[in-house]
Ligand binder design. Structure first.
Ligand code: NDP
Length: 253
């Protein structure tokens, strides 16, 4: 996307990012901070989150809160506690980017390990639902809130071997569409971003033979993440955006 955001795009916005300790979520955190956002970062590793917090402080932005939280093992009561903690620190949320994700196994359905299948569904689908449901009251306190899910090309067209991950991304697209319909005409908009093949550790485990140098970096795809989070997209809801619209799915050649 060729989008040139104003430098104050996210001034006064309070934004939460999951999976903020690595990959695309980490880059979104660094980028949103540069554009003025106050951030709440969720990830499973406190050490990695603290590093991102420090990196953002070096950019000159101090308003970062971190929330170590394991989306795989969290129970409903943990979501309630997390929400209470968040509500004690901020009075609204202007954005929530779900970037946390689990790849699981690349294997045909006949060989997918049911336990890993459930883990992928837990992190990619159930956690997205539970966290969104818990944070809706804070999102609805914002005059313009953007709720963003992370999709994938295999969440629109199934591909052999992509098993649980593909099915989980179809479910993510479904969750986004249901929410967008439920909040149509309100202050809350709901969209997906499909980053397209991007140079991260998840991508490397999905395509170990691929030359990562042929892939876009998380920084390259940030224009779409800025557009969907900032007020320039305030009339867009129910859309699955492509951060790399011209990219042909599959291994980079
Ligand atoms: P990475 O694997 O690089 O990062 C995933 C993030 O999710 C990490 O911060 C990781 O934490 C966090 N995470 C994983 N499991 C949990 C958990 N149980 N609890 C809390 N946090 C967790 O992935 P990407 O940045 O590549 O992917 C970001 C999103 O984009 C994902 O939803 C992915 O499916 C999607 N996507 C990515 C593509 C790509 O090519 N990279 C293509 C299409 C879609 P930790 O740092 O502890 O590992």
């Amino acid at each position: 996307m060729h989008y040139q955001p104003p430098s104050n795009l996210l001034n006064n916005k309070i934004i939460m990012i999951t999976g903020a300790s690595d990959g695309i979520g980490k880059e979104a955190a660094l980028t949103y901070a540069r554009y003025g956002a106050q951030l709440l970062l969720l990830g499973r590793s406190e050490t990695k989150l603290k590093q991102v917090q420090q990196d953002i402080a070096h950019q000159g932005n101090q308003s970062v809160l971190i929330f170590p939280f394991d989306l795989l093992t969290a129970k409903i009561s943990d979501y309630q506690r997390l929400t209470e903690e968040i509500a004690s620190k901020v009075n609204r949320l202007d954005g929530l980017l779900h970037s946390a994700g689990l790849l699981g196994e690349i294997a045909p359905i006949s060989a997918q390990d049911p336990e890993i299948w459930q883990q992928v569904m837990q992190v990619n689908v159930n956690a997205g639902f539970m966290l969104t449901q818990a944070l809706l009251p804070l999102l609805l306190k914002s005059p313009k809130a953007s709720l963003v899910f992370s999709s994938s090309g295999v969440g629109r067209k199934g591909r052999r071997g992509w098993g649980a991950y593909s099915v989980s991304k179809f479910a993510t697209e479904g969750l986004m569409q249901v929410l967008a319909d439920e909040y149509q005409g309100t202050s809350l908009r709901v969209n997906c971003i499909n980053p397209g093949g991007t140079r991260t550790s998840m991508r490397a485990s999905a395509f170990p033979q691929e030359d990562p140098g042929l892939l876009k970096t998380p920084a390259d795809i940030m224009p779409t993440y800025l557009y969907v989070m900032g007020d320039d997209s305030s009339n867009e809801s129910g859309i699955s955006f492509d951060a790399q619209p011209n990219r042909i799915p599959g291994a980079a050649k």
